[in-house]
Design a protein around this ligand. Structure first.
Ligand code: ADP
Ligand code: MG
Length: 250
C-alpha cells in the first residue's frame, strides 16, 4: 500500500541529479527539481532540451542513467514492476498531443485508466465516474463521440478528464497547450488552474508556451543543457538580465 504525502510538508516530487544520455548525446546532466504539495511547477525549456525525456524518466517509461527520484517519498529507480504500476495508478499523465485512442469512444478512452479496477466497479459506478470526469472539464454528454468528432481543445479536455478519472494527487502535463490556438490555449490554462484548486494537486507542467507558463506556474525551473539553469517565479525570471533566460521572454 502506498502512503501519500498529503498530510506532511515533504515535497511530493523530488528529482536529484538525474542523468540520461542517448549514446554520447547527454540530454539530462544532473537535473534537479522539487514539487511541493499543491504546487504547479513549470519546466521551461527549448524544443529538444529534454523535457519529455525528463518526465518519461520520472515515470520510468525510460530508464534514467543516474539520479534520485521520489514521488510521495517512494524511491522510483528500485521499484518492482508491481509497485511501479501501483505508483503510476496514482499519477495523471497528459502526453504531448493528448493521445486519445482514435478507435475508442470518449467513454471507452476514459474507462481505460480504470481497467485495473473494473472488476471492482459496477457499470453504474463507471458511468458515474466517466460523467463526473467529463463534467470536471466542462464537456458533459459527449461520452459516445469518437475523438475524430472533437476539436483540438475538446480532445485536450478529454485527455485531462482521462487523467483525472483516477483521482490523482500528482499530474504531469507534457506541452498541454502546444498546437492549440491562443483562445483554446487560454481555456486549457484556466482548466489546469481549476483542477489545481479543486483537487489540490501537485503538478509538473512542461511547456515553452509563455502564456501557459505565465498563467499556470507557481514556480518555474529553466532546463538548459540538461541542468536546472535557473528557478523562480514568472516575474523573477522575466526581470532576469541573463541572456539565456531573457530569450524565453522576448
Ligand atoms: N528514445 C530516444 N532515443 C534517442 N534519442 C532520444 C530519444 N528520446 C529523445 N531523444 C533525444 O533527446 C533529446 C530531448 O528530447 P525531448 O525530451 O523529447 O525534447 P523536448 O524538450 O522537446 O521534449 C532530443 O535530442 C531527442 O532527439
Ligand atoms: Mg517534448
Amino acid at each position: 500500500m502506498i502512503t501519500t504525502a498529503t498530510n506532511t510538508n515533504d515535497p511530493v516530487i523530488v528529482i536529484r541529479n538525474m542523468k540520461k544520455s542517448f549514446g554520447d548525446h547527454k540530454v539530462l546532466d544532473g537535473f534537479n527539481l522539487t514539487v511541493n504539495k499543491g504546487e504547479n511547477v513549470v519546466v521551461l525549456g527549448k524544443s529538444g532540451s529534454g523535457k519529455s525525456v525528463l518526465i518519461k524518466c520520472l515515470m520510468r517509461l525510460l530508464e534514467a542513467d543516474a539520479g534520485e527520484m521520489k514521488i510521495f517519498g517512494i524511491s522510483i529507480p528500485g521499484l518492482s514492476n508491481k509497485a511501479l504500476d501501483e505508483l503510476r495508478s496514482k499519477i495523471g499523465f497528459l502526453f504531448q498531443g493528448s493521445a486519445l485512442y482514435d478507435s475508442m469512444t470518449v467513454k471507452e478512452n476514459l474507462e481505460f485508466p480504470l481497467r485495473r479496477h473494473l472488476n471492482k466497479l459496477s457499470k453504474e459506478d463507471v458511468g458515474k465516474l466517466v460523467g463526473a470526469a467529463l463534467e470536471n472539464v466542462g464537456l458533459p454528454d459527449i461520452e459516445n463521440k469518437m475523438p475524430s468528432e472533437l476539436s483540438g481543445g475538446m480532445k485536450k479536455r478529454v485527455g485531462i478528464a482521462r487523467m483525472l478519472i483516477i483521482k490523482p494527487e500528482v499530474l504531469l502535463y507534457d506541452e498541454p497547450t502546444t498546437g492549440l490556438d491562443p483562445i483554446t490555449g487560454r481555456e486549457i490554462n484556466h482548466l489546469m488552474l481549476d483542477v489545481q484548486k479543486k483537487f489540490n494537486t501537485s503538478s509538473i507542467i512542461i511547456s515553452h508556451d509563455m502564456n501557459c507558463v505565465r498563467r499556470t506556474a507557481n514556480r518555474i525551473v529553466v532546463l538548459i543543457e540538461g541542468k536546472c539553469y535557473a528557478e523562480g517565479t514568472y516575474n523573477e525570471l522575466k526581470n532576469s538580465n541573463d541572456t539565456s533566460i531573457k530569450q524565453f521572454f522576448d
